[in-house]
Design a protein. Structure first.
Length: 301
């Protein structure tokens, strides 16, 4: 099955986590066909209930990095290359890698519950979870199935779900050689992850801030609203006079079509984009101050 996303995107075609995942899978497959051998590699890294009972606990994670053949590897890595970078660009490399492994574990658990006696290998469960996340985030993006048939991503994922459910029901013991239930487990755990309140907290905060209507700034106050101690009238007058004097010395700014609240909203959007790409530690002192001020305004409202 081939995919071709029709939209031109403004981010790198391959991102760090996707690059490393593809590199690890390809490296293991290279060793499998040259040095180690197919049987030894799948036996050492593939998951099976008997292997775990014998102490091979590492196969709980390594199973998703070994494949049954060239086409098995090609499909998974090509789908990861198509759908992964855009998600990683929005979530960050760490969050994307965690989600990928989470879906892989979900595929293993459902496979173990229903077809536990069969060997499980391949990244399909994790990749199917990535495709589900892409379909939920960009449901109307169009792809070309088999390179010629146009189809929206949401319908492709729905079709894959039905096909795997039918295949799993007809070959419940995994005798077909295709891990249908692992694929469905990747879908299921991906859905559970994406439906949790914390999964898209940053994106929701950004959308909430972007929708704040422009509100005229209040007239600057020379005296705080709540005074720690009563002031004499002469002292208040002196503070007001100093404030006006400072205001007259400030150079005149060129006229602008944007209101101050609009500029602050745009600055906050840039700060949120920086957080999603590089994390909170990348913020400067002024950017942290801006984020705290806007958060306080949201809480007050």
């Amino acid at each position: 099955m081939a995919f071709d996303v029709s939209d031109e995107l403004d981010y790198p075609r391959i991102t760090p986590a996707v690059r490393w995942l593809i590199a690890i899978n390809v490296a293991i497959f290279f060793l499998q066909v040259t040095v180690v051998g197919h049987g030894d590699m799948t036996g050492a890294l593939g998951f099976s209930a008997r292997g775990v009972r014998d102490g091979a606990f590492w196969t709980l994670g390594t199973y998703m990095f070994v494949h049954g053949g060239f086409w098995h590897l090609l499909f998974n890595m090509y789908a990861l290359w198509i759908f992964g970078p855009r998600l990683e660009h929005e979530w960050g490399s760490g969050s994307f890698a965690y989600y990928y492994l989470w879906c892989g574990v979900g595929g293993l658990l459902l496979h173990f519950l229903i077809a536990r006696d069969s060997l499980l290998i391949g990244a399909s469960a994790a990749v199917f979870g990535v495709m589900l996340a892409y379909a939920m985030r960009y449901p109307d993006d169009e792809i070309y199935l088999f390179g010629v048939l146009p189809m929206k991503v949401k319908w492709m994922v729905a079709l894959l779900t039905v096909v795997n459910l039918m295949g799993g029901v007809m070959t419940r013991d995994g005798a077909s050689g295709t891990a249908y239930w692992a694929h469905l487990g990747g879908f299921l755990f991906g859905l559970l992850y994406l439906r949790t309140p914390s999964a898209q907290g940053l994106e929701r905060l950004k959308q909430r801030v972007s929708q704040i209507p422009d509100i005229p700034d209040e007239t600057p106050r020379a005296v705080p609203r709540s005074l720690p101690r009563p002031r004499e009238k002469g002292e208040v007058d002196e503070i007001v006079a100093r404030s006006k004097a400072v205001g007259t010395k400030r150079p005149m700014l060129p006229p602008s079509t944007r209101q101050p609240s609009q500029r602050r909203s745009e600055e906050l959007n840039l700060v949120l984009d920086k957080i999603s790409l590089h994390g909170l530690d990348s913020l400067t002192r002024d950017e942290r101050k801006l984020l705290e001020e806007m958060s306080k305004q949201l809480r007050d409202r």
